[in-house]
Design a protein around this ligand. Structure first.
Ligand code: HEM
Length: 303
């Protein structure tokens, strides 16, 4: 049976406390602008016009979940980076997170994942239910385990972001390659436990302002190339990146903070907004459903 994207979105809102006027995920965030400059070799992998010449970018950093008051200090929450690269014939959008894996491999599993996290009368989810779900669905624990094994990023610009799904890149000659894409931070930095303790609950927005006053925050967009046997259908499984060839497709420069209204007017849709030369996976059930789910969230936060 097909899982209703609206049911997932309702579950996402409920898990974060049903706040009004915010996103179902990435509720707390900062809107940005910048540019993307392709690397000279990018066109050998993809014919997307965005890999042929520099283009303007609208972007947004965010904290995962629908709670706009979530602390920047929480470890097992993904940081998000959404990127819209403008193009004359259409945009190229990537909506990425600070982990190489997602927390569910099917929409039905994601629905249960968010439902068991609905707060009870005490404002907290039922710990026993969460535990039982994790035990029965071990692949849903990989993302939090990955985040818990690493320090809290010192900055939204201090951590790498993965598009998670396996994309197919097609060049002008019709050659195709399967790749997982990631934005690799030029200035990676994590906080020690003592540094973290000294921080207020919200420090990312101020840190970003100070950083951008000195110069752009940069990320390389890197394509990790797949080999036969690498899964294209399961976003809870990471590829062995260290054993794979990687190509840099270009450099994202975040230059300034942009009014929230620029990012709130529409959604970053990673499914619909892709040019020829870059395609999402057809066999990953988590990919296509993102488009209707994001649309439900937009309609709800606009009301
Ligand atoms: C690899 C998988 C996924 C990644 C990396 C991801 C990442 C993100 C990020 C970073 C945002 C914040 C967007 C912004 O700044 O505007 C977001 C928003 C959202 N995500 Fe996902 N997501 C994934 C899969 C899904 C799935 C499968 C669903 C539901 C079926 C979903 C539902 C949503 C919704 C409803 C929003 C709010 C959109 C809006 O209001 O504009 N996501 N996601």
């Amino acid at each position: 049976e097909e899982t209703d994207p609206a049911a997932i979105v309702a579950g996402q809102f409920a898990a974060g406390g049903n706040h009004a006027g915010v996103r179902a995920s990435g509720a707390k965030g900062v809107c940005l602008k910048g540019s993307f400059a392709p690397a000279s070799g990018a066109a050998t992998l993809s014919k997307a016009p965005h890999f042929a010449k520099e283009v303007p970018v609208t972007a947004r950093f965010s904290m995962g979940g629908s709670n706009p008051k979530v602390s920047d200090k929480v470890k097992p929450v993904t940081r998000g980076l959404s990127v819209r690269m403008s193009g004359e014939a259409g945009d190229m959008v990537f909506v990425t997170i600070s982990a190489p894996v997602f927390s569910a491999k099917t929409p039905a599993q994601l629905l249960e994942f968010v439902r068991v996290r609905a707060p009870g009368p005490d404002g907290k989810p039922d710990a026993e239910k969460v535990k039982a779900f994790a035990a029965a669905n071990p692949e849903t624990t990989r993302q939090a385990a990955w985040l818990n094994a690493r320090p809290v990023p010192a900055s939204f610009a201090g951590v790498d972001y993965w598009a998670v799904h396996a994309y197919t890149l097609t060049n002008a000659g019709g050659e195709t390659k399967t790749a997982r894409l990631k934005f690799v931070a030029a200035d990676k930095a994590g906080l020690s436990d003592d540094e973290l303790k000294a921080k207020p609950d919200s420090f990312y927005a101020d840190e970003l302002k100070e950083r951008l006053a000195k110069g752009p925050a940069k990320f390389d967009l890197v394509a990790v190339l797949g080999q036969p046997g690498d899964t294209t259908s399961d976003p809870t499984v990471a590829w062995p990146e260290d054993e794979r060839k990687a190509e840099t497709l270009g450099t994202l420069s975040i230059t300034a903070i942009e009014p929230d209204a620029t990012c709130d007017a529409r959604t970053f849709d990673p499914v619909v907004d892709l040019p020829e030369g870059v395609a999402g996976p057809s066999d990953d059930p988590m990919f296509a459903i993102r488009s209707p789910a994001y649309a439900v969230s937009v309609s709800r936060r606009a009301n």
